[in-house]
Write a protein that binds this ligand. Structure first.
Ligand SMILES: NC(=O)NCCC[C@H](N)C(=O)O
Length: 411
């Protein structure tokens, strides 16, 4: 049986991709909470939706099937008859102050059609939406007028991060920050109950029930044997080693992981904000992750004897990539042409965050015009999408897309 999830590279022709159209959740940001919810500004909803629709249409025009997280989630709950069970879990994870509030929210949300309930959970529940007066001491004594019972989830349109396809399976991730931790619950239910995926042999290599963090922006599929995973603000070294144990033991097909250490900061939160694959022998890179000699700490994990993992340390990333990909030359293309002002500016707006839809063909933000021209100078086909509002969430085309199926690369 062919698995409904099948991704054995970063660059094979993209057939199906998971998106989330930005909804009311991005309008439920305020200056007081946007930092904690991992936004630097507040997008204008009609415009961010127009830009996202343009992104989706660009993919469709290039033969990609676009499927939507919010629709699949509602369909999964109905198909599995698990709406109430899902809601219970979601409420349990929503930091509610009391069991009476839990009960009131349950009644409110359960009375909705399933799709409306999903949309509302994603958008967040304001305190003025239900008639509820708390008797909890924490509420009675609080002077804070916090406007939400359930926080919005504005980062959902970055579908790349809560789960990551890997071969005939995926990781469903324990997210680093509380602001994004509930997001991966949708994917858990989609894989478990949606007729497109349930009981179809999709391997969950790593579930969200782990203490250690991992996010899909750090997980790159270099080919059907080799992964690159960032040791970053969002993915810990320990979780990479745990994943390696599983992938090597379960004959996943993957037998080498390059753990690439990047600075732990907001601008470079995931590996794919500084490094993406474009072709068999080409990558984008933000020079900010290299030292003066061009070195990057890279650890190679491979299966050893008796389920041990052998780890070797290298710093010559370019050579390591050339060796594992078995190409005669390997080109690292610097974002913003490596310029001291343009590179950090365009990287901040995800100039390194390309989405390959076929070998040598990428989707990028139009605002990163210097990086786009540099890519074209290497003969790469660059398809630009509009990006004034989408980029406010600090993610680019790769972050906004979770490949479900890619064609295998020709050997
Ligand atoms: N893979 C990615 O880099 N995703 C972008 C995530 C941006 C989001 N505001 C976050 O901080 O998690």
């Amino acid at each position: 049986m062919t698995s409904p999830v099948h991704v054995t590279s970063e660059i094979g022709t993209l057939k199906t991709v998971l998106l989330k159209r930005p909804g009311k959740e991005v309008e439920n940001l305020t200056p007081d909470i946007m930092g904690r919810l991992l936004f630097d500004d507040i997008p204008y909803l009609p415009e961010i939706q127009r830009e996202h629709d343009f992104f989706a249409k660009t993919l469709q025009d290039n033969g990609v099937e676009t499927i939507y997280l919010e629709t699949l989630a509602a369909e999964a709950l109905d198909a599995g008859n698990v709406k109430e069970e899902f809601l219970e879990k979601m409420l349990d994870e929503s930091a509610l102050v009391s069991s009476t509030l839990h009960a009131a929210l349950k009644e409110y949300l359960l009375s909705m059609e399933t799709q409306d309930m999903i949309d509302k959970i994603m958008a967040g529940v304001r305190t003025n939406e239900i008639d509820y007066k708390s008797n909890a001491l924490v509420d009675l004594s609080s002077s804070e007028d916090y406007p939400f019972f359930m926080d919005p989830m504005p980062n959902l349109y970055f579908t790349r991060d809560p789960a990551a396809s890997m071969g005939d399976g995926l990781t469903i991730n324990r997210m680093t920050f509380a602001a994004r931790r509930r997001e991966s619950l949708f994917m858990e239910y989609i894989m478990e109950y949606h007729p497109r995926f349930a009981n179809k042999g999709v391997n969950v290599w790593r579930s969200r029930n782990h203490l250690d963090r991992m996010e899909g922006g750090d997980e790159l599929i270099l080919n059907d044997h080799v992964l690159a995973i960032g040791i970053s603000q969002r993915t810990s070294a320990r979780s990479i080693e745990e994943l390696a144990q599983v992938l090597f033991a379960k004959h996943s097909g993957f037998d080498k992981i390059l753990a690439i250490k990047i600075p732990s900061n907001r601008a470079m939160m995931h590996l794919d904000t500084v490094f993406t694959m474009i072709d068999y022998d080409k990558f984008t890179i933000h020079p900010g992750i290299q030292d003066n000699g061009g070195n990057v700490d890279t650890f190679i994990l491979e299966p050893g004897k008796d389920n041990h993992i052998n780890i070797s340390h290298r710093t010559d990333l370019q050579n390591v990539l050339r060796e594992v990909l078995k190409v005669p030359e390997l080109i690292l293309i610097p974002v913003g042409n490596g310029d001291a002002v343009v590179a950090p500016r365009e990287q901040w707006n995800d100039g390194s965050n390309t989405l390959a839809i076929a070998p040598n063909t990428v989707v990028t933000y139009n605002r990163n015009y210097v990086s786009n021209e540099v890519l074209r100078s290497y003969g790469i086909k660059v398809i630009e999408v509009i990006s004034a509002e989408l980029s406010r969430g600090r993610g680019g085309p790769r972050c906004m897309s979770m490949p479900i199926v890619r064609e295998d690369l020709k050997k």
